[in-house]
Design a protein around this ligand. Sequence first.
Ligand SMILES: [Zn+2]
Length: 315
Amino acid sequence: MKRLIMTASLAMAIGCTADIAPESIKVADYKDGKECAISLTFDDSMKEHYTIVAPELEKRGFRGTFWMCGAWMPAEPQHDTTHFTWAEAKKMSEKGHEMSNHSWSHQYMTALSDEDLAREIRMNDEAILKNLGKASTTFCFPYNSYDERTIAAVMEGRIGARLKEFWLGGQHSPKEYLTEQVENALASGSWIAGMTHGINYGYDCYTDPTEFTDFLDYLKSLEDRIWVGTFRDVAAYTAVAKDVELTIEASGKGVTITPKTSLDKALYETPLTLEVAAEGKKIKAKQDGKVLSPIYRNNMAYIDFCPYGGPVTIQ
Ligand SMILES: [Zn+2]
C-alpha cells in the first residue's frame, strides 16, 4: 500500500484542521483490523463436508473453502455416499462457502504433460462454472504436487493457490499443535490455511470428531482478533491491500481518502478496511453517497470501503 498525504495549508494556518490525524490512516493488514487470518479448507469433495462441516461452520458464522475434484462427484446421490454431489456443492456455494478447484481427477500435477495438466485444470473449471454458475478463482494441488510450471498453469485468471497449510485433522493435529499454529499466526500477523479431509471416515479422519468442533469453538472465542475467511476472500483482500494507493487530503472539513488500485475488479473484488486513530471520538464516514459504519476497537476505528469506488470522506 502506498500513501500520499496532502494537508491543506490554509486550514492549517487558521487552525481548523480536522481532528483526525491523516498520518494515522492506512489500510488494515486484514479485514476489520483483525490481527491475522485463517482459512479453513477441506479437500476432496467428501460427503461429510456437506453433511457435517458446512453446517458446523455456518453455526459459528464461518465460511469454508472446499477443494473439489469433479471426477469424484456423482450426478446421482444414491450412487455414492463418499462424495457430495454437484447439487449439494451448489447449495454450499449459495450459503457463501467457496467451492473451488482441486483438479479434475486428483493426479500428481508435476508428472503430467503440459496438455494433460491443462486438461485437468480446465475440465474442473468448466464443471464448476456449469454446475455452480461461478468461476473458481483459486486452486489447490493434489498431493501438494507443484512446481514453477504447474503454478504458472493454474494461476492464469486466478488470485491464489494453496501452497502451504497446517494439518487440521485428527491424527496429525493434537490440540497443542493447533493452538500453536493459531498463536504463531497471531504473533506474526500471518495468514494460515488449515487442511482437513475426513471427519468420521477417510484420509486423516478424527479419532474423536469433537476435536474438530472444539477447534471451531476456539477460533470463535478469538473472533475479535482472527479473521476466519475463505481462501479466495483473504487472497483478494491481501492482494488489493498491497496494491492500493491512497491519496489522503486533509482540510478543515475533514479528511478525504482517494483509493486507486490497478487490480482487475472482476477478479479481485473485495472490501478493504481503513484503520484510523479514533482516540475515543466517533467518526462519520461516507463513500459514493453511502454512509460507512466504523467498528471501534482499542482506540482505533475500522471502516470498510470499496477500493474501486470514489473518495472516502471522514470527519
Ligand atoms: Zn486431495
